[in-house]
Design a protein around this ligand. Sequence first.
Ligand SMILES: [Zn+2]
Length: 216
Amino acid sequence: MLRQRRQSLPRPIADIRLDGGRLCLDFVNTIHDRYGLEIEDYLRKPQRFLEWCVHAGALHPDDSVRAPRAAHQRAALMREVESLRDHLHALFAARVDDLRAPADAVRGLDRWVHLAWAGQSLGADGHLHWRKDVRDARLPLKRIALDALDLLGCTPAWHLRRCANTSSCGWLFLDTSKNQRRRWCAMETCGTADKIQRYRHGSRERRARRAPWQAT
Ligand SMILES: [Zn+2]
């Protein structure tokens, strides 16, 4: 299916929903309507990527990270953002669908995890700290990779779900509900849309059932 990128004005970063329940899932969910005909990529530019990272908690105010200025560095950063996001989506989707993880996605995450470990040093306080020389625009990708590693290693597969709106949404989320029956990324969005659709479908069926009687 040929999909297009939506060209309308980008939505404000503050309005972007964080329904995944984990940083790495929210990162994967920065593609809006992944299965729709027209997708919206929330992170189209380095500045938007960094703003989203602050919004989602992948960057902290004291990180003092700025977007690169040189065009080739900006393009390289966005390629890395898209590549890690694609790899993580492939890994989580395989987990949801109970399939073997694609080898290139495993290698992709492995690379970022090693970059993340190499960027930290043990402090006198017994905690790992990010070295000053790695506090650049790729720092949030390293945090996201570590979060993904933790999620894949520690979370039972059945906690990981895909929104039931697979005709367009396709967002992934961690189901921490008591009864483990969460179906939607959010009730206010996909859940409500489904209710409306079912109501309309029901109305059509009711009209169709009435038609023979009305005709007499
Ligand atoms: Zn959804």
